[in-house]
Design a protein around this ligand. Structure first.
Ligand code: ZN
Length: 249
């Protein structure tokens, strides 16, 4: 399936909705389209709240999901079966404990989510589309949620995806610990950061936020967080700084 040529109009759609695609090497574009064919064959998409699914929606999500798989011998998010797409942000009922006896009932607006045991992912299409159209604002909902799925592949949501060697794991753990602590400290004191301060929530969110920055602000990340960039570059086997469109600082 990967070797088959992708349908002609896919390139046109992807080139329009995902500006980064046009700057990839031709060989990478072909590899990516091959992955997208497998991904779309394996995963079930469902439109929610009246959203009519289109090729543009499927391709925008699938192509970005598969960007995280490029150059690696990989499975296709084996724990993920279904992608639910809402037209825009959605509201969930959320009950959370105030203390051991009292629960607070509430509602929370969300743009996307996925969990280790869910087997599914939820995305708001308007946020997915705007995150894709601006490839250098540092925010990308689809890359964020799929980074969580990579993290889940080794069964733990701990911000450490399945790494190749023991050396990689040691080096990853050391760098992430320092960078996560730095983001938490900056967040606590209100210092502006390149990484979205939501990454200070926990190590899993840190990895998802760092993945967004790696693909959307690679030049700035490489300049300001060289060890973090190196770890992500080794894991993703890509050098987005080489094809980034982010404005020079
Ligand atoms: Zn997250």
């Amino acid at each position: 399936m990967r070797a088959q040529p992708a349908p002609e109009d896919w390139r046109t759609i992807i080139a329009r909705t995902l500006p980064f695609f046009n700057r990839l090497h031709r060989a990478d574009q072909e590899e990516l389209l091959g992955h997208v064919q497998v991904f779309l064959d394996e995963k079930r998409f469902e439109g929610c709240a009246g959203l009519e699914l289109t090729d543009e929606i499927r391709l925008t999500i699938a192509t970005q999901a598969c960007l995280l798989l490029l150059h690696r011998k990989t499975d296709y998010y084996p724990r993920l079966l279904t992608i639910l797409v809402y037209p825009s942000g959605y509201v969930v009922e959320k009950n959370q404990p105030v203390d051991s006896l009292i629960w607070e009932q509430g509602r929370e607006g969300r743009l996307g989510e996925t969990e280790r045991s869910m087997g599914s992912m939820v995305l708001a299409w308007d946020a997915a589309r705007s995150g894709a159209l601006d490839p250098s604002d540092g925010k990308n909902l689809v890359l964020h949620e799929f980074a969580h799925q990579l993290d889940f592949e080794d069964f733990a949501a701990d911000g450490m995806p399945a790494l190749v060697s023991r050396h990689d794991k040691r080096s990853w753990a050391e760098v992430m610990k320092v960078e996560f602590a730095a983001l938490r400290a900056a967040d606590a004191t209100g210092i502006p950061t390149l990484l979205d301060s939501y990454g200070a929530t926990n190590p899993a969110e840190f990895f998802a936020v760092a993945t967004e920055a790696f693909f959307e602000r690679p030049c700035a990340l490489q300049r300001r967080h060289p060890p973090l960039y190196r770890e992500l570059q080794r894991f993703f086997r890509q050098d987005p700084a080489a094809y980034s469109s982010e404005p020079a600082a």
